[in-house]
Structure formats: C-alpha cells, structure tokens
Design a protein around this ligand. Sequence first.
Ligand SMILES: [Zn+2]
Length: 84
Amino acid sequence: MSKADEYLKQIDTLDKLKQAAIDELKGIIAEAEEKLAKLGVGVGGKRTGIKRPRDPNKKCPICGELGHDGRFHRSDKVKKKKVS
Ligand SMILES: [Zn+2]
C-alpha cells in the first residue's frame, strides 16, 4: 500500500470514528431529551424543538414510542444519511 493510500485509509477511519463518536453523543442527548419529554419537561434549544407533548398517549409514528412525535427523529434521518 502506498503512503497516499495509507493516508487516505487513515483519514477514512478517523472520519468514521468521529462520526461514530458524534452519533454516540447524539444518542445520549436524544435519550435524555426523550426522558425529559416523558416527564413533561420541554427541552430548550433549537435541536429538536420538543415541547410538552400534546397527547402523551399518542404513539410516535416512526418508532412507536410514547412521549414524542415524528419531529423527534429528524436528526436520526440526517444521521443515517451520513453513516451510509
Ligand atoms: Zn419516536
């Protein structure tokens, strides 16, 4: 393997590692926000815009979980595109 190929491979590996780290952190945030939403606590900030759920018994159309709606998964869609 040439140095150039090796370099490019390393960059690719680091990029994937970085993306995995980001996804991991996002997952932690999403989990915490979902728990907060279930507790009826609106999460501030622009990321999800989750406010108090209008109907806590209405299931999410995407994952079927209670406590949030489809908007909760907007960041998931972005994530999947990047990973692939
Ligand atoms: Zn969901």
